[in-house]
Design a protein around this ligand. Structure first.
Ligand SMILES: [Zn+2]
Length: 91
């Protein structure tokens, strides 16, 4: 798994919705990638905080937007070679 694949699976990963093989691949990538580890930790922290404060479930759309903003922030700091940020997401 690479960074883009992990990003695509991240919300499902946080929800425990990945299959065992995909989850194992995600964990393996996170263990070897400081950037994705930080993105995951940041996303989790915000979701936990939101849950603690208001016990409000983040809507999937809102969580996706949050994730994108975290990813964007981490991208603008790192990845000087442009290998990650240049590709448009297909949706
Ligand atoms: Zn990564």
């Amino acid at each position: 798994m690479n960074c883009s694949e992990l990003e695509a699976h991240l919300t499902d990963f946080l929800d425990g919705q990945l299959g065992p093989a995909t989850e194992a691949a995600a964990l393996e990538h996170i263990a070897s990638c400081a950037r994705c580890e930080a993105v995951l930790a940041g996303t989790r922290a915000v979701i936990d905080l939101a849950g603690d404060v208001g016990r409000v479930e983040l809507e999937a759309a809102g969580r996706e937007r949050l994730l994108q903003s975290i990813l964007h922030a981490s991208r603008s700091r790192a990845v000087p070679d442009g290998s990650v940020g240049s590709a448009e997401r297909e949706r």
